[in-house]
Design a protein around this ligand. Structure first.
Ligand code: GUN
Ligand code: ZN
Length: 440
């Protein structure tokens, strides 16, 4: 017999399988109008049409109340593969590109996280923002202070959220208050791994900020920790800004390209997630592909900082694992619908047509695959974890008007991602529980 603790009905949309190319995604799209999903605690046990679901409930003597989301669109929880929680309070900082933006805004803000109480307060706020926007899993940067990561993981653990995070590692080219020695970085990082890695649904990510704030000695420490923990993640930045790239070449003249610095220290490979990747040379694309590394595409950040345009077509051609990132606070929203809308515009500037099916794939199953979590999250396959979002496709008068004038599912999804924002997030479920409810 089937144990069912929650039954939801509504319209369901997900992507059933991993795609080799963008053109394959539509064929893997699953849309169940007037469907039902059955959960057992935090696990999806069944998805199908509503009549059949009601029969299953009756056959198993289940008398639980139905969560009725008729007219709503239920999709897998969004996955944000690149975000900085200690930049929440400095989102939308005016006027600078990357390197000046870091000096003038980012570093002073991150310095505040030495204060554990401040970090706790901001962790609460940050996780609330994720849930308000339907994001149920994220790969998150803390600050250099280990207590910043303790605070964040504590909040995520209380919700049994699937979250990956790590403390930033940096030992040069930043204010003294944010610097550590390679030895201290190694000790603090190992202590956090022991406390949090594989605790509940949490995982740890080694987080060397980027090459300019990393000495060879620090990168060597990262390499050794990574060797000790084969299932650990690594997150960093790669090739975001032209000035940054020239700086890397002057700091590491012995390496020909930016990625070579990471690769030399064995910091490429499965579960290594590189944000941005905007100005890669062919050899760098090849290296990411050959090492099975992942990319986080962060369109609102790339446009906001004037960094450049990500080449989605190249990522497909090289068959590189890819997810969407908001990159708050260089990114300008926590919302994945808005992020997908900007990704479409980045495509337009390069004559690449990002379909809604492809966009939702990157934000769900594709992101799960980029994080090697596609066996656990990313779609509604039975056995997967019950992290999902209930969208209200007509949250505004304009959306309702436009939806009434759209015919196909592709068109409705495209309108939703183009006009949508946090007003469209009706409910968010994590581990089978409602953790966010829109007012009204
Ligand atoms: N490169 C190094 N640090 C950062 C950061 O905090 N944000 C962005 N967008 N790029 C970076
Ligand atoms: Zn970033």
């Amino acid at each position: 017999t089937l144990i069912v603790t929650r039954a939801l009905c509504g319209n369901f949309f997900d992507i059933c399988g991993i795609a080799e190319q963008a053109a394959d995604i539509e064929g893997k799209a699953r849309y169940i109008e007037n469907g039902m999903m059955l959960l057992n605690g935090g696990t999806i046990v069944w998805l199908g049409n509503r009549e059949e679901g009601e029969r299953i409930l009756a056959d198993n003597d289940c008398t639980i109340p139905l969560d009725d989301y008729s007219e709503k669109l239920i999709i897998p929880g969004f996955i944000d593969t690149h975000i900085h929680y200690p930049q929440t309070e400095m989102i939308a900082a005016f006027g600078e590109q990357l390197l000046e933006w870091l000096d003038n805004y980012t570093f002073p803000t991150e310095a505040q996280y030495h204060d554990i109480e401040y970090a706790q307060k901001m962790s609460q706020f940050f996780i609330q923002q994720l849930l308000t926007n339907g994001t149920t899993t994220a790969l998150v940067f803390g600050t250099v202070h280990p207590q910043s990561v303790d605070a964040l993981f504590t909040v995520a653990a209380a919700l049994n959220m699937r979250l990956i995070a790590g403390k930033v590692m940096m030992d040069k080219h930043a204010p003294a208050a944010l610097l550590e020695t390679p030895e201290q970085s190694d000790r603090d990082t190992r202590a956090l791994i022991a406390r949090w890695h594989n605790h509940q649904r949490l995982s740890y990510a080694l987080t060397p900020r980027f090459v300019p704030t990393s000495s060879p000695e620090l990168l060597e420490k990262v390499r050794l920790i990574k060797q000790d923990y084969p299932d650990i993640y690594l997150q960093t930045h790669l090739s975001e800004n032209r000035e940054e790239i020239s700086w890397v070449k002057s700091l590491y003249p012995q390496h020909e390209r930016y990625l070579d610095v990471y690769h030399h220290h064995e910091l490429t490979g499965s579960r290594c997630v590189f944000a941005h990747c905007l100005h890669l040379e062919q050899e760098e694309w090849d290296c990411l592909s050959d090492t099975d590394s992942s990319i986080a595409f962060c369109p609102t950040s790339n446009l906001f900082l004037g960094s450049g345009l990500f080449d989605l077509k190249a990522a497909w051609q090289k068959k590189i694992r890819l997810g969407m990132g908001t990159d708050v606070g260089a990114g300008t929203t926590f919302n994945m619908l808005q992020t997908l809308a900007e990704a479409y515009k980045v495509g337009q500037l390069q004559h690449y047509r990002l379909s809604a099916f492809e966009a939702f794939y990157h934000a769900t199953l594709g992101g799960a695959r980029a994080l090697h979590l596609d066996d656990k999250i990313g779609n509604f396959d039975a056995g997967k974890e019950a992290d999902l979002v209930v969208l209200d496709p007509g949250a505004t008068a304009l959306q309702q008007l436009r939806a009434a004038n759209s015919k196909t599912l592709a068109e409705k999804l495209f309108v939703l991602m183009t006009l949508g924002d946090d007003r469209n997030i009706y409910r968010t479920l994590v581990d089978g529980n409602v953790v966010y409810q829109r007012d009204n």
